[in-house]
Design a binder for this molecule. Structure first.
Ligand SMILES: [Zn+2]
Length: 363
């Protein structure tokens, strides 16, 4: 076919268009490449399913902070290796080691082999590591980030795994299971009492709420401990120039669910939500911090079956005193947060964090 001027012009125009598309694609690609993730904050609302979030939402006129600040939403499927219904040991271990394990396991595989946790891997890579919890620090969720024990019931052995371990900063309860001399030997300053969290200025410390096993319920006077503890951890961990990994647990949302106590659940979710607001606002200014907010599982099989106008809260029906198998929401904010959109297994939260830090399970 003779190339007429017209077809030539048409072909050149098409070539130009293709080039332009290719160029704009690559520009788009560059624009979409997330800023480097320096810090990761994983916030676990123990036992917080969509119904728990929604119940708290229904008690206030403005949007929950997590609903308005998060940029991406996903769903995490929570089953453990041996049960459709997970416990908090297997649930947190799925996040910390990236493998499904049996209920009750703490930082070990389904064959009870110790496996490196996120905190350990990231510590080795030069990140500072921290834990904040509104329950005892040997309880299943925080324990799964530093201990390797076949059972969550082994509090003393779990505490033993803390000494000489990889956690720089820990704030929570559970003093009775720890030997403060051993904590000091392992390089941690020890604080007891929660009133001076603002003043702590230290790279390595453990701060206990008081001498009891767990901090009290929010409704029984825990005050702004969760927020203050989270910000104290962030302020101190952020001194590390290579960044940090922090796990924050809103522990007692789960306990409200176990007790089928609607006010307990709502107050703990609200406290967690106000902590989320402060954490994300800090991350916003920082610009290099990824914040992930999720749950290990839902607790109580909660459904919202009407509205109780007199008490300004939904009519809440719990179908079990235990956990349920429904997937839980994952909210994400910051660089790399788009990776958390979609529906996936709980173990993938671990994998996505490693991916964003340009690490693999072999690192
Ligand atoms: Zn539970």
């Amino acid at each position: 076919m003779r190339l007429t001027l017209k077809t030539f012009q048409l072909l050149s125009a098409l070539a130009f268009l293709n080039l332009a598309i290719a160029q704009s694609d690559s520009i788009k690609h560059i624009q979409n490449t997330p800023k480097k993730v320096k810090n990761v904050i994983l916030m676990i609302g123990d036992g917080t399913g969509l119904a728990q979030w929604s119940a708290a939402q229904a008690t206030i006129p403005q949007k929950l902070q997590v609903f308005s600040l998060a940029q991406y939403l996903g769903l995490s499927m929570t089953s453990s290796s041996n049960d459709y219904i997970t416990d908090s040991g297997a649930g947190a271990t799925a996040f910390s080691i990236g493998q499904k394990t049996y209920n009750g396991a703490i930082g070990v595989t389904k064959d009870t082999h110790p496996e490196f946790t996120l905190s350990e891997r990231l510590h080795v890579k030069g990140k500072a590591t921290g834990l904040v919890s509104t329950c005892g620090l040997t309880h299943a969720t925080p324990a799964s980030f530093y201990a390797h024990q076949p059972s969550r019931k082994l509090d003393k052995q779990i505490a033993n795994d803390f000494y000489g371990g990889f956690i720089d900063v820990a704030i929570g309860g559970g003093l009775k299971f720890f030997d403060t001399a051993k904590l000091r030997e392992s390089g941690h300053k020890v604080y007891v009492g929660h009133s001076n969290l603002d003043q702590i200025n230290d790279n390595h410390f453990v701060s206990f709420y008081d001498t009891n096993e767990h901090p009290p319920k929010f409704l029984n006077g825990r005050g702004d401990f969760e927020r203050k503890a989270s910000m104290a951890a962030i302020r101190n961990l952020n001194q590390n120039k290579n960044g940090f990994f922090l796990m924050i647990e809103g522990s007692q949302i789960d306990w409200g669910g176990h007790e089928n106590d609607s006010n307990y659940v709502i107050s703990e979710v609200m406290d967690f939500d106000s902590t989320i607001a402060e954490v994300i606002n800090w991350a916003k200014i920082d610009g290099e911090t990824l914040v992930i907010i999720t749950a290990d599982h839902e607790t109580g099989g909660l459904s919202l079956i009407g509205y109780d106008k007199k008490n300004n809260k939904p009519a809440m029906h719990f179908s079990t005193g235990h956990h349920s198998g429904i997937p839980v929401p994952v909210f994400a904010y910051g660089p790399g947060s788009e990776l958390f959109a979609g529906v996936y297994e709980n173990t993938e939260i671990h994998d996505k964090i490693l991916q964003l830090l340009q690490m693999s399970k072999k690192d």
